[in-house]
Ligand binder design. Structure first.
Ligand code: AMP
Ligand code: GLY
Length: 423
């Protein structure tokens, strides 16, 4: 079968790497892809939200399955676009339909879903430009820190956590009235602050059945010791050592089951990955957010631990026979460390040559913001490459990632040297 993967990050290189191992797939296209996917697939320079161009590609190459990496095309309704098109409706799309993708597309929608289905999460209220003063009053009832979330997609930047009440009020006004995050902040969710350690749970669903994938923890801040600006993610570890069987059982009973049954009750068609961002408060899991896709760089540690044929799983999702699949997980730990361009997540330079890739031993380099030019691998984004390793413990795995990173170089290369420091 011929499969198209949409996206260009480390997540999509990992999807391509895993799909490439399947007997069921003979040809892989990635749009737009990167230097890593170019080694195992055909990259096509099409934007993930250009549905008409994607349609032409799918028809031209008889593509039978489309795996959607990032959230944008899902929130814009790519799955519905396929279902509503006579020439495309037979194609399996891995990713929820538009109505369900609102779980990531709108924080308010997600909070309403969580409360409707009694799933543990932070208390909240939402506000728009017509009731800013009510927002100030609500803030006065809360204890610091104050959590303000732009309702819509804001490229991971739409959440502010502030210690000072006046600053929180100023930011609320700037989001609602001055469109700090554009239309994404025309509504703002204000939440109770939850104090605890975060982890992520990944669930596959065909809309009826579900399977839980390994947990992972990512490191979002740019600086060591979890300091500095938020990034897309600087590294990840799977499994999460503090997620005991008892804790995982709570996640399944209190969060995963009501989420999947909630999707059905609310008529939200979902065939794909559910990424549940969790926080452990005391001994209890609470939901911080839903994403309607896999995480990046979490994918770079979760998929390497999955022993199953991923295409077989995707087919079962498309056919709603996920209950017939037994998920098999590698017992080993997996870790990944993201190499980033100096300056990221603020301004950074591109086009730097990456050298030493041929020296990597016993780790996998999943390319992200990197592309091929004249036989060279050049940086093209902030997050450049994720170096994944296995180990009997996460400490052993992370050591291997760092040993291999010592072999790699590009001008102003930066990475966190403390992934796993808090475990
Ligand atoms: P989100 O985009 O909703 O994942 O939020 C980004 C980050 O903000 C999360 O990964 C958490 O670290 C933090 N965060 C979000 N909501 C809360 C909350 N209610 N309490 C504490 N931290 C939060
Ligand atoms: N690493 C966090 C995310 O993919 O949203």
């Amino acid at each position: 079968m011929t499969i198209l993967i949409l996206g260009s990050g480390g997540r999509e290189h990992t999807f391509a790497w895993k799909v490439n191992q399947s007997q069921l797939c003979d040809t892989i296209f990635v749009a737009p892809g990167n230097s890593g996917t170019a080694q195992i697939a055909t990259n096509v320079a099409i934007k993930v939200t250009d549905f008409e161009a994607i349609k032409s590609l799918v028809i031209e190459h008889n593509i039978e399955m489309v795996v959607v990496g990032p959230e944008d095309p899902l929130v814009q309704g790519i799955h519905d676009f396929f279902l509503n098109d006579e020439q495309l409706k037979h194609v399996a799309v891995i990713g929820p339909q538009k109505a369900a993708a609102e779980l990531e597309g709108s924080k308010e929608f997600a909070k309403e879903f969580l409360f409707r289905h009694n799933i543990p999460t932070a208390a909240y209220e939402s506000f728009d430009a017509s009731n800013v003063a009510d927002g100030y009053k609500f803030l006065e009832t809360l204890n610091p820190p104050y959590v303000l979330k732009a309702d819509g997609l804001a490229a991971g930047k739409g959440v502010l956590i502030l210690n000072d009440l006046n600053e929180a009020k100023t930011e609320l006004k700037s989001m609602l009235v001055d469109a700090k995050f554009g239309t994404a902040s025309s509504k703002v969710v204000i939440e109770e602050f939850l104090d605890g350690i975060e982890l992520s749970c990944f669930v596959l669903t065909d809309g009826k059945n579900y399977k839980i994938l390994p947990t992972a923890k990512d490191y979002k801040r740019i600086g060591e010791g979890d300091t500095g600006l938020n990034t897309g993610g600087m590294g990840a570890i799977s499994p999460v050592p503090f997620a005991t069987d008892e804790f995982l059982n709570k996640i399944e009973e209190r969060i995963v089951k009501p989420t999947i049954s909630g999707l059905q009750k609310d008529n939200l068609p979902y065939k794909g990955f559910v990424f549940i961002g969790l926080i452990k408060v005391g001994d209890d899991p609470k939901v911080i957010e839903y994403n309607v896709r896999m995480g990046d760089p979490e994918t770079e540690v979760v998929l390497p631990r999955l022993k199953n044929d991923l295409v077989e799983i995707f087919q079962a999702i498309a056919n709603q026979t996920l209950d017939t699949i037994d998920i098999e997980i590698d017992e080993r730990a997996a870790t990944t460390v993201m190499l980033v361009s100096g300056g990221y997540p603020e301004a950074y330079e591109k086009g730097k040559e990456i050298t030493g890739l041929e020296n990597i031993e016993d780790s996998i380099a999943f390319h992200a913001g990197a592309h091929l030019k004249d036989g060279k691998t050049l940086t093209s984004g902030g997050r450049v490459m994720a170096i994944t390793s296995y180990g009997n413990t996460y400490q052993e795995a992370i050591k291997k990632s760092y040993q291999n990173i010592d072999q790699l170089h590009f001008d102003k290369m930066n990475y966190r040297k403390d992934i796993g420091f808090d475990l």
